[in-house]
Design a protein around this ligand. Structure first.
Ligand SMILES: C[S@@+](CC[C@H](N)C(=O)[O-])C[C@H]1O[C@@H](n2cnc3c(N)ncnc32)[C@H](O)[C@@H]1O
Length: 241
């Protein structure tokens, strides 16, 4: 926890004792013009139905100690991620923010034959500070690829334009520092997507993400109750603008 968070927690402590608490604010919905499309509602409902049944038990062995977050659903986003891949029949999945690799492995669970998950990070997976659940074999058949690059830079987005424009599903889960995710959004806007991707944002209810999510001018849906407790947002990036 950084100094700002420590201070806020000291001044305004959480009303209940929990493992992890974050500050947020409730925002009215009637003055939010960006309503979900019918397609977005259909995809979300279908993904939730798949999430109820998805088997993530194969991931347990990767998380030998501590909480197996993949099994915590609703509450964590892992089963929903697999459900979305299935609902969308997503062949090209792009993730921004590999970290331990747990979400990348989950994205592979329902990936159809010939599909690929490309996960971006600025840290190569074996060097991730909190450890990794990945191993070399995960990359051996080409279904999972990690790219070390920073999509905050428009020139980097240009380098990966073809991959991004052909994505079916994009999962954005990086720093949530109040700046980075906005840059990703700005950089996605000029792209000419071929497959009307669904874009999922993590942590949309965390303070730093509130304004970014609110200002996102695309059809969108807050799916937090079936995703991550800190906020899960789905965006329909279909309409060409
Ligand atoms: C919250 S973690 C991702 C968690 C993971 N997706 C999951 O659900 O298990 C955030 C990750 O974003 C990475 N990151 C930070 N800045 C980034 C950037 N500009 N591009 C890509 N990844 C970035 C961090 O290195 C970290 O691994």
């Amino acid at each position: 926890m950084n100094i700002k968070s420590r201070l806020t927690h000291a001044i305004m402590p959480p009303p209940v004792a929990v493992r992890h608490a974050e500050y947020s604010m409730l925002l009215s919905a009637d003055d939010e013009p960006m309503r979900p499309t019918e397609r977005l509602l259909d995809v979300a409902l279908s993904a939730v139905q798949h999430a109820r049944k998805v088997d993530v038990s194969s991931l347990a062995a990767r998380v030998p100690t501590g909480i197996n977050y993949a099994e915590v659903w609703p509450g964590e986003h892992y089963k929903l991620l697999a459900g979305l891949v299935k609902a969308l029949k997503a062949k090209s999945v792009v993730e921004i923010g590999t970290a331990t690799g747990l979400s990348a492995l989950t994205l592979l669970l329902e990936l159809p034959a010939g599909g690929k998950v490309t996960t971006f990070d600025v840290v190569r997976w074996p060097n991730y500070v909190d450890g990794t659940v990945l191993n070399e074999r995960d990359f051996s058949d080409g279904r999972l690829v990690q790219v070390i690059d920073d999509l905050q830079q428009p020139s980097v987005v240009e380098r990966h334009r073809e991959l991004l424009e052909n994505a079916d599903f994009i999962f954005i889960d990086a720093a949530k520092d109040g700046v980075m995710e906005q840059r990703f959004i700005d950089n996605l806007k000029p792209l000419r997507f071929k497959n009307s991707p669904i874009v999922m944002f993590d942590d949309i209810r965390v303070w730093n993400m509130l304004a970014i999510w609110r200002h996102l001018d695309r059809p969108k849906l807050d799916l937090t109750s079936f995703g991550h407790w800190s906020g899960t947002g789905l965006v329909d990036w279909a309409p060409a603008r």
